[in-house]
Design a protein around this ligand. Structure first.
Ligand code: URA
Length: 294
């Protein structure tokens, strides 16, 4: 029997095909040498992330290395880049969240807040995202929509709700006479989680002071939370979105109380179009609120 051995070129082609497969599946960034269960880290941060704190000057981010480089056969394993994640590598979640609170409070305008966020290096997501996705729409609007986190299209363009979910959101808004000149749109987390995974509780906790300050600065009459993560983050409820949708929650702003309306996320509606009738009910209620009829 003749057994053919793969040539070095075949082996390299296989390796490239294997990496391409992962990129297609959304695993498109190298984060560490070892896998981590981020969801299991809610109470105990992974020890490998607890590198000693660096002085601020040494804590600048360095670019993430290209993820498709195939090392030549026989080359030594690459050394782990120690400062790839800036302060995100060393900050404890609580410390990062209280730093975020202090930084967010400093912002006196949305422009300042965006600059502060762009410099904030205690959330690891910023090191794998291409762009900060801060907001789109009209900051003077009476209504603010909030999603969960940017996807690949938003990350590439730097604005929220640009892909298929965004197109559906635009249609839903148009159905009640809104568009991006009469609404403001943001996310709970302003950087794309790699491979479109859900943001972890720690990532949400670190980003939360910024979105809270963003809401204060926009000062909307109505906040529409698209999906469970936005609703749970801003109201504290643990209920799922099929329970909370259509409900109005009070949301305290510095000078008054806004109304927070929970509804279904457009991505969920793309997967389950039959649920659009529920979202339509919520959007009609939103129209009623804006027209002073509720
Ligand atoms: N989904 C979200 O939650 N936000 C976006 O910006 C895009 C998709």
């Amino acid at each position: 029997m003749l057994i053919s051995m793969p040539s070095p070129n075949d082996a390299q082609a296989d390796l490239i095909a294997y990496l391409d497969f992962h990129v297609e599946a959304g695993a498109d960034a190298i984060l560490d040498e070892q896998p981590h269960d981020r969801f299991g880290e809610a109470d105990t941060p992974a020890p490998t992330l607890r590198a000693p704190r660096r002085p601020a000057a040494a804590a600048r981010p360095v670019p993430v290395q290209s993820h498709l480089l195939v090392p030549p056969p026989g080359s030594p394993p690459p050394a782990a880049p120690p400062s790839t994640f800036g302060r995100a590598a060393s900050a404890q979640p609580d410390e990062a969240a209280s730093d975020a609170r202090a930084r967010a409070r400093e912002a006196k305008s949305l422009d300042e807040l965006e600059k502060i966020l762009a410099d904030f290096d205690a959330c690891p997501l910023r090191f794998t995202a291409k762009n900060l996705v801060f907001a789109d729409g009209n900051p003077e609007a009476r209504v603010m929509f909030l999603g969960e986190a940017p996807g690949a299209d938003e990350d590439r363009i730097g604005k929220p709700f640009m892909g298929r979910s965004g197109q559906l959101l635009d249609k839903m808004m148009a159905a009640i006479g809104l568009d991006r000149t009469s609404a403001y749109i943001g996310n709970i987390v302003p950087w794309r989680p790699p491979g479109n995974r859900n943001p972890t509780p720690q990532e949400v906790a670190v980003c939360r002071p910024f979105v809270e300050r963003q809401i204060e600065l926009v000062d909307p009459e109505v906040i529409v939370c698209l999906g469970a993560p936005a609703t749970q983050t801003l109201t504290g409820t643990k209920d799922g979105i099929l329970r909370t949708r259509g409900r109005l929650f009070p949301y305290k702003l510095p000078t008054r109380e806004a109304k927070l309306l929970a509804t279904l996320h457009p991505a969920f509606l793309l997967r389950q179009p039959v649920q659009k009738r529920l979202a339509w009910r919520d959007f009609r209620a939103l129209r009623g609120l804006l027209d002073g009829k509720a």
